[in-house]
Design a protein around this ligand. Sequence first.
Ligand SMILES: *[C@@H]1O[C@H](CO)[C@@H](O)[C@H](O)[C@H]1NC(C)=O
Ligand SMILES: *[C@@H]1O[C@H](CO)[C@@H](O)[C@H](O)[C@H]1NC(C)=O
Ligand SMILES: *[C@@H]1O[C@H](CO)[C@@H](O)[C@H](O)[C@H]1NC(C)=O
Ligand SMILES: *[C@@H]1O[C@H](CO)[C@@H](O)[C@H](O)[C@H]1NC(C)=O
Length: 365
Amino acid sequence: MSTNETAKWMSMMINVVFVISVLQSCVRGEPKVPCFFIFGDSLADNGNNNRLRTPARANYEPYGIDFPQGPTGRFTNGRTTVDFIAEFLGFEDPIPCYANTKGFKNMVRGLNYASASAGVRDETGSHMGENVNLNKQLLNHKSTVKRITSIMGLKRLSRQHLQKCLYSVGLGSNDYLMNYFQPKFYPTSKRYTPEQYASVLIKQYSKQMKTLYKYGARKVVLNGVGQVGCTPSSISITNGSTCAENMNNAVQFFNQKLKSLVDHLNTKLTDAKFIYVDMFGISGSPSEVTAAGIKVTKANCCPVDEFGQCVRSKGTCQNRSEYAFWDLFHPTEASNLIIARKSYNSSNSSDTYPANIRHLVQLRL
Ligand SMILES: *[C@@H]1O[C@H](CO)[C@@H](O)[C@H](O)[C@H]1NC(C)=O
Ligand SMILES: *[C@@H]1O[C@H](CO)[C@@H](O)[C@H](O)[C@H]1NC(C)=O
Ligand SMILES: *[C@@H]1O[C@H](CO)[C@@H](O)[C@H](O)[C@H]1NC(C)=O
Ligand SMILES: *[C@@H]1O[C@H](CO)[C@@H](O)[C@H](O)[C@H]1NC(C)=O
């Protein structure tokens, strides 16, 4: 056989192996999408920061105390919102962390690129140390797409595969918490009013989403920014009881413009569908919180260090399921479940616009 024929034969065999693995997954019960890719910050990070030079890491106890594998790098006691969404979609295991990925089977089913302290802007969070900002997450995805194409042998096959995937993107919180509201480290609040800053962010986000589209994404969830003024950290800066309204007001400019971006992208890229998830409204819904048995909404569950993260092995509050917040910034698993359920299933278009995740994945594009 010539080298060329050998290469063809090898690629055919790899395809056979791939088909067999897909058939095996059918037997187990096929997920509602063949793959799920995740871009984000600490709300979705599942270990991408573990080997970076930064204190923004959560690979130690008590993080992961309620997670089957223990501490993994998730910034919560148990599962994150995207872990729950992967479960609702029918995935047997959580979407693997990009930094730990070996082997192609994981990759074709999706990867999680999220990195704590990262933002839409490159410099966001840099005063903490290293992170993988959204531009770098997109470059990592570009290399994944290349590898998937070589695994599948034909560009057409990998394109067909990638357009059936779900993509979740959630950044922006740190562009406020670790940029705009840190005037000691970043000049943005001197340069822009909150409304101007939101426009600048959305302009860049829009470009980044068009890049994601170019890499084959057709079903994309764009997560808004939650009530950053109501975290235990922000509340401690006000008088210990009320939310920091200046922070909430600033991110609401971002959220309004993000919702408009979803309309713009859906009009412009007609073979794709983007949805907006109102994290701000969803995370603040008091009736849901009470119904879930959450009683403490203004205090953190674990004792924290100077970065607002849990202190290593210092224990936790007595009843983790009754707390909305795990450390000074991040929700508990109990809160993440509420957020995930609503993003997946809400029938209120102010929660998910213009469709929820369940409807998005059912769409035939
Ligand atoms: C302090 O909190 C109370 C509510 O408990 C609120 O009415 C008041 O405006 C707050 N004061 C300041 C200075 O933020
Ligand atoms: C912990 O909270 C849950 C939910 O509110 C409740 O059912 C349970 O009794 C609590 N356990 C303790 C030991 O307080
Ligand atoms: C979504 O809603 C449907 C119908 O109301 C329900 O059967 C299903 O269990 C819900 N799924 C989740 C993940 O909440
Ligand atoms: C939808 O959500 C909004 C915002 O949370 C709320 O004001 C409205 O009452 C909800 N609508 C319905 C029909 O539940």
